[in-house]
Design a protein around this ligand. Sequence first.
Ligand SMILES: [Zn+2]
Length: 83
Amino acid sequence: MSNNLKKLNRNISNGMPKEIATTTKQETYYKCTHCGDEIFWNTHKKFTYCKCKKIWVDGCEDYVRVGGNEGDYKVITKINSGS
Ligand SMILES: [Zn+2]
């Protein structure tokens, strides 16, 4: 009986820490397909245009708004593997 319990506990603790680490390190950028400018999602509530002003990003920890037409920008995610 006590053997069964030990097995269960080990399974639960195995899978968890890895998943949390990968999601927090992802960084989202919005890339203009016209001029190639990349804007980071968190602009601290500042309207930020790309070089050709086809798109803009306005974001903070609570929300992210992106301007421009469909196809004017691409959402890209980079994974911060350093530090
Ligand atoms: Zn642009």
